[in-house]
Design a protein around this ligand. Sequence first.
Ligand SMILES: O=C(O)CCCC[C@@H]1SC[C@@H]2NC(=O)N[C@@H]21
Length: 272
Amino acid sequence: MAEVDPAARTAPAALAALQQGARRLAHALGAPASGWEVEVAATLDSTNAELLRRARAGVTRPTVLAAAAQTAGRGRRGRPWVTLPGQSLAFSVGLPLAPADWSGLSLVVGVAVAQALPTGVRLKWPNDLWWQGRKLGGILIETAGAAGSGSRYAVIGVGVNLATPALPPDAALDALPPAGLHELPGTAVDPGAWLAVLAPAVVQAVRRFEQDGFAPWQARYGALDALAGRPVRTSDGVEGVADGVDADGALRLRTAQGLRRVQAGEVSVRPC
Ligand SMILES: O=C(O)CCCC[C@@H]1SC[C@@H]2NC(=O)N[C@@H]21
C-alpha cells in the first residue's frame, strides 16, 4: 500500500503540487494557443460553481479549474462534497458542447476517469468511482445556457479521494466508508500528477462523445460496471437485479414485474 506523502497534507504543499500538475496539463492541452485555460486556486467554494458563474457572465472559454480546497463542494443530488488540501483532488472542466443527444455524458466521463485510474477501479451507476465496493470519487455535470439551443456550456466536475476523506454530514447514508487512492497498491497520491492525467482523459472523452454519442461507450461501461448482476434498490423503492446499461446510458433493472429502465438523475441506486 502506498504511503501518503506527509508533505501533501499541508495546504501550501497541496497547492504547489497542483500548480506543477497544471503546468503539465497546460502543455498537454496545447494551452494557451489551443484556446484552453488551466487555472489552480488555493480555495474556492466549488470549482463547478465558479465555472457556472463565469459562463452565466458570458465567459465560456474552455477551462480546467482545480482547487486545493473547496468550502462548498457539491455532489450529485444536492449532497455536499468535502475537499480538504492534500486529501482529495477537485477539478472541473468547462467547455461549450453541442452533442446531438446529451444522454450518457456522465457515464462517458466516468469511463474515462476510471480507465485513467489504476486497474480495479469500477463504476457504480451512473458514475460513482468505486474501489472494492467503496466510493473513491464522483462526477457532477452541470450546464449553463438555454436548454434546447444546440450548444451549452458544460461543467464537468471530478472529485477523487487521495487520502481517506473526511466524512460528509450525510455519511450515514453510505453503507461503507469512502476509499482513497492511497489504499491502491503502488499508487502515488500527488494531486498534481493526477490532475495532469485525468483532465486530458476527460477532455478527449467528451469530444468523442460530442461526435458519436454514448453508443460506442456502452461496452466499455459494461466492462467497468460494478453493479452488473447484483441485486439493487432504487431510492424510490424499486428492487431488481442490475442488468447493464442501454445505448442511452439508462440502467436496466430486471424486476419481478419485468425489465425497468432507470434514467440517471431520477433516482439513486444501492446494492442490497
Ligand atoms: O459523487 C458525487 O456526488 C459527485 C461529486 C463531484 C465532486 C466534484 S469536486 C470538483 C467539482 N466541484 C464541485 O463542487 N463538485 C465537483
